[in-house]
Design a protein around this ligand. Structure first.
Ligand code: BG6
Length: 478
């Protein structure tokens, strides 16, 4: 179903994110028939090029990052026909009159700030100065949303001068992932889980976002950010919020975001011995972290693991273990809800210790798995084993079910539809920084260096210890 006609301006339209994600996502939505006839996309960036050159640039990007979609060359040409380009200076006046002439009044106008946060304020100001900040406009801002609480507040204040909160879409692409939304469906669409979803029944929760890639060509940005700012403050905290929040009364933006905010505000400060940082070492022909970011003395972490506590009635006493890192064993992200053991085993000590684990797999194979304990088949007596009740989406729902829109496709269309449920509100982002800031400041004050870990491993040994000393262990990354 096509969405209402829109003009979407992509600032940073020649940048890496635009090439890899935004433009291919728009093309796929176009192919799916969602971009009505008069909707248009306008690239905007510093480079001096004309619309024809930009179309060539976008064609190359889509061919590189989504060759399968690009093989529909008739559709691709038609999509390219919807594109134009404006060269402009975000801090000056050049190009802005032209841009104002390109976007039409009286229809949805979305401005995607796919640029560093240093330009957010300037772009908002120019949009206002050139008459593009009216009630039909909305802006989309990418992470990182600042680098600490003070800078995030300043950004929020800058944007608020010209846009109201309901016009600001702060992207966290993890919220657009299919399984992340499914997490809410599983929690609040079933009777089965919610009564057990608390510290009385849940032993602990693990959230892992493991990547096998290194920092790649983004060394400059990454070395100033690190895993804490790049992943933990946003993606992992969002997952934590969705898994821990109280049921919102409705699936609507403020109801959901109010509940997420309460979780962040209930987080205890993290003691230094409950956080582990790591930095990857070289492996074969793959360089170590410092070489890759061209900073031999870098103390930036490419891995972080921590133990968090939520001080509220539901979760007091249930630890949440979170970890994320680059150059780990595999690309594997999941949330595991590990339930407590049954209070008493009627089968005796020989039956072993068993507990149910609900695993929500985010990637690569999206799905949900519930480990249940059953009798081992055969005559051997009452021996218990754990087997998975598996709902890998592709298997359960057929191969087409794996063909869902990617996070960016969904989120961009939500912007056009005006649905903010899967976007972060300003106070949420600030609360998240307020929680991570003291952790980062502690490292800086103590001059702590991250621990080296072998590429292809599960991270530094101390991260394993973080669990072991509590008598628990991380699930395998696979
Ligand atoms: C981005 C981070 O937000 O998320 C990257 O900046 C990271 O460092 C990426 O690689 C991971 O996203 P995904 O969707 O591949 O898990």
């Amino acid at each position: 179903i096509p969405v209402d006609p829109f003009d979407l301006v992509v600032f940073g339209g020649t940048g890496d994110l635009a090439r890899r994600k935004i433009l291919p996502a728009l093309f796929r939505r176009f192919q799916a028939g969602q971009m009505g006839e008069s909707s248009r996309v306008i690239g905007a960036a510093r480079s001096d090029m004309d619309a024809e050159a930009y179309r060539g640039f976008v064609r190359a990007a889509i061919e590189e990052f989504d060759p399968q979609a690009a093989s529909d060359s008739a559709a691709l040409e038609e999509f390219l026909g919807r594109l134009s380009y404006v060269a402009l200076d975000a801090k000056g006046t050049a190009g802005w009159d032209k841009l104002a002439g390109e976007v039409s009044a009286g229809r949805i106008r979305a401005f995607y700030f796919s640029v560093g946060p240093g330009l957010f304020g300037d772009l908002a100001q120019r949009l206002h100065d050139y008459g593009m900040a009216d009630h039909d406009s909305r802006i989309v801002v990418e992470k990182p949303f600042g680098r600490d609480l003070a800078s995030a507040r300043a950004l929020n204040r800058g944007l608020a001068q010209h846009f109201q909160e309901h016009q600001i879409y702060r992207i966290d692409h993890y919220l657009g992932k299919e399984t992340v939304q499914n997490l809410m469906a599983v929690r609040f669409g079933n009777m089965l889980f919610e009564p057990l979803w608390n510290s009385q029944y849940v032993d602990h929760i693990q959230i892992t976002v493991a990547e096998s890639v290194g920092v790649g060509g983004r060394g400059d940005y990454y070395d100033r950010a690190g895993a804490m700012r790049d992943m933990m403050q946003n993606h992992l905290m969002q997952l934590l919020c969705l898994i821990a929040m109280e049921p919102p009364a409705k699936f609507d933006p403020d109801a959901v975001r109010d509940e997420k905010l309460k979780v962040i505000r209930a987080l205890d400060p993290v003691a230094p011995d409950n956080v582990v940082r790591g930095q990857y070492q070289a492996e074969g022909d793959k360089p170590d972290y410092c070489t890759q970011v061209e900073n031999p003395d870098s103390r930036t972490e490419s891995f972080v693991a921590l133990k968090a506590h939520i001080s509220n009635w539901r979760w007091a006493g249930t630890p949440f273990y979170l970890r994320t890192g680059k150059r780990l064993k595999d690309r594997a992200s999941e949330i595991a809800v590990v339930f407590k053991e049954a209070p008493h085993s009627i089968f005796g000590a020989g039956a072993g210790r068993h507990r149910n684990i609900l695993t929500i797999k985010l990637q690569p194979n999206e799905g949900i798995e519930l480990g249940v304990t059953i009798k081992e088949p055969g005559p051997g007596g009452m021996r218990l084993i754990d087997v998975p009740l598996d709902m890998t989406f592709a298997e359960a729902l057929g191969p087409d079910s794996a063909d869902f829109p990617d996070a960016y496709e969904r989120l961009i269309m939500d912007v056009i539809r005006g649905n903010q449920t899967l976007f972060m509100r300003g106070d949420e982002v600030e609360a998240a920084w307020a929680w991570t800031d003291p952790i980062i400041e502690g490292w800086e004050e103590r001059g702590e260096a991250p621990q080296p870990y072998a590429s292809g491993s599960a991270g530094p040994d101390d991260s394993l210890m973080l669990m072991h000393r509590d008598g628990r262990r991380w699930r395998e990354i696979k």
